[in-house]
Ligand binder design. Structure first.
Ligand code: MLT
Length: 268
């Protein structure tokens, strides 16, 4: 089955997008500071039944970079414009991991008519604490001074479980390569955008689309209790916990996650 990498001009930047398969549209939104490549196992699997659209967000992968701050709303607007350009007319199944989840909340807020269901992996609905914001701004400074190499390796323990790091070291190596090939300004811009993001925790009960939440049992950044609390507040959500994996559940346990996604989509 064919997968194409295409470049679209979206809201003033070049957006690199992987498009695969045929059928109802699935839009996959990667986490920070990664690219569409984190979804490869889901693209391979879902393309058998769906049109999978997996972009590199503004500032990441092969997409153009904006200097300054890129808000989560801007990312959502880029996704909406991308769907228009690809002539996707029906509402999408939107999958987002972590930062991809923050963007999914904005997409729901601004483009509800374009959203059919949500698959939210290892993410949260609340905004940052003051300490969280300060840590982000420190990272911005570090990346702009010393480049992505200064943060890439240090991020891995937060992204992957001990089991994944020990049993599949290539996952961490691939993530490091992805982060190191990202432009510092792109990382800085979305990090600033995340620091300013809105708090959606008071809006969860209004998000009425069916939603599957997926979380790694050893996710340090968005632990299962956080995802379960989000799920409990959404009218049509359920939460699936994947054992022995960390913050990158779809990458660390692709078969289990694909199976759960398939089950969820069949039930919608
Ligand atoms: C991500 O994986 O996208 C990040 O952990 C998001 C964040 O820094 O809050």
């Amino acid at each position: 089955m064919s997968q194409q990498l295409i470049d679209q001009s979206v809201n003033g930047i070049r957006m690199r997008v992987c498009v695969a398969g045929e059928g109802p549209p699935v839009l996959l939104v990667h986490g920070f500071p990664l690219s569409h490549r984190m979804w490869q196992a889901q693209i391979d699997h879902l393309q058998q039944q769906y049109t999978v659209i997996a972009p590199d967000l503004r500032g990441f992968g092969g997409s153009g970079v904006t200097v300054g701050t890129v808000s989560m709303e801007q990312h959502a607007r880029d996704l909406s414009e991308l769907l228009d350009q690809l002539e996707i007319k029906e509402p999408v199944i939107l999958g987002g991991l972590s930062m991809g989840g923050y963007i999914a909340w904005e997409f729901w807020k601004h483009f509800p008519e374009k959203l059919k269901t949500l698959i939210l992996c290892d993410t949260r609905a609340d905004a940052d604490s003051e300490e969280g914001v300060n840590n982000r701004l420190k990272m911005v400074d570090l990346v702009l001074r010393h480049g992505p190499q200064a943060v890439a390796s240090a991020m891995i323990p937060n992204l992957l479980s001990v089991t994944s790091r020990e049993q599949s070291p290539e996952i961490g190596q691939n993530l490091i390569a992805d982060i190191e090939s990202t432009e510092a300004e792109g990382i800085a811009a979305s990090q600033r955008g995340m620091a300013e993001r809105s708090d959606f925790s008071g809006m969860l009960e209004r998000i009425e689309v069916p939603a599957l939440l997926v979380v790694g049992s050893e996710d340090i950044l968005t632990p299962p209790a956080v995802m379960q609390a989000v799920s409990a507040q959404m009218p049509q959500a359920s939460c699936f916990e994947v054992s022995q994996v960390g913050h990158m559940a779809p990458l660390e346990a692709p078969e289990q996650v694909n199976q759960e996604i398939e089950k969820f989509l069949a039930s919608c």
